[in-house]
Design a protein around this ligand. Structure first.
Ligand code: AFP
Length: 335
């Protein structure tokens, strides 16, 4: 049987599902950049890419060398093709302007170039997360693209995906019609479809949360996790297992593969921040993917994809994965 590469899948989507050709091109360019990042990540100490920079990003986090390298790879790959009106990234304070010498396109690309970068130096999975939005009509305004163009709820995403750089490099993609998984065939240099129609089981007995923050949690999360830990003899009547990779891509990838619940709740450490994870380039693309695979995603009180963003680097609490458990923990917040 012939193999379905990412290129073939996208061409067939254009033919059968009217996926616009410039969106297809955009995804191909992002995928090519992810291959390059995968290559840089895999070199590790041999490539001199481990360790930190002297700089901090807009969130006040120390940047790893690979954060900066990955950001540059994505910017360079995407700025010249004429498919984008602008880009935004975890690693940049403001929207990135497409240089004047290149044509501008209809889409906006938002990304976390290297999610989980605290894992880089210990050789554990990391990844790239991306979200694609349409650029709103700018009424002939050719000036700099402002942050407001990006501030669209997650329901407006036309595509989202992530690449995971683990034992295999994989690209998971949704164009709003289910989720497909592609594995990088390093000999061919192509992403090949290996996972068609990914579905997250509705029920699960596995959860992911950073337990070291327990003393800072709000009451509904404490109650819920106490019940999970109580196992068979508790109110939920079954034993649960826990996993925490500290890279959202890896935790979400496990959930797409075998189900589970991922939680990063808001807590009392920084009460003015509604959580640690970022809405535009972590929670929104992952929620789109998870919903397209039959799961659910909320911030405890509402569907993440319905949140109207107010700033590019906005944070949000996240509960996502198998529907039954997302609904349970969300209900505890509403009681
Ligand atoms: P970094 O990209 O700064 O390493 O952060 C990763 C992340 O945003 C997300 O991918 C993880 O799920 C979460 O933070 C891990 O947080 P803890 O450091 O609290 O484990």
């Amino acid at each position: 049987m012939s193999r379905v590469t990412l290129s073939r899948y996208l061409i067939e989507q254009t033919r059968c599902n009217n996926t616009p050709a410039d969106l297809r091109f955009l995804i191909e360019v992002v995928a090519r950049a992810c291959k390059e990042i995968s290559h840089a990540v895999s070199k590790g100490a041999l490539g001199g890419v481990l360790g930190s920079m002297e700089t901090e990003n807009v969130q006040g986090e120390v940047q790893k060398k690979l954060d900066v390298i990955s950001n540059e790879i994505l910017l360079e790959a995407n700025e010249w093709g004429g498919h984008l009106a602008g880009m935004a990234s975890e690693e940049m304070d403001n929207a990135y302007q497409i240089p004047g010498k290149y044509p501008k396109g209809a889409y906006l690309l938002v990304f976390d170039p290297l999610d989980g970068s605290s894992n880089i130096d210990v050789n554990v999975s990391v990844g790239t997360i991306f979200s694609v939005l349409r650029c709103p009509d700018r009424n002939g305004n050719d000036g700099d693209l402002g942050e407001e163009a990006f501030l669209q709820p997650g329901t407006e995403q036309v595509a989202a995906g992530y690449a995971i750089y683990g034992p295999q490099t994989m690209l998971m993609l949704t164009l709003g019609d289910g989720v497909k998984g592609f594995t990088l065939d390093r000999e061919l240099g192509s992403f090949v479809m290996t996972h068609d129609n990914i579905r997250i089981p509705e029920k699960t007995a596995e959860f992911a949360i950073n337990m070291s923050n327990q003393r800072h949690w709000e009451a509904p999360v404490s109650r819920y996790v106490d019940e999970l830990l109580a196992g068979k003899s508790g109110p939920l009547g079954k034993d649960y297992n826990m996993r925490w990779v500290a890279a959202m891509v890896a935790d979400v990838h496990r959930i797409l593969t075998r189900g589970g619940l991922f939680m990063y709740p808001r807590d009392s450490r920084e009460p003015e921040k509604p959580g640690k994870l970022r809405l535009m380039y972590e929670a929104n693309p992952m929620s789109f993917i998870v919903e397209q695979a039959g799961g659910a995603a909320t911030n405890g009180s509402q569907r993440i994809l319905d949140i109207q963003p107010t700033s590019l680097h906005q944070r949000v609490a996240v509960f996502l994965g198998s529907k039954e458990e997302v609904e349970r923990v969300t209900a505890y917040h509403q009681e």
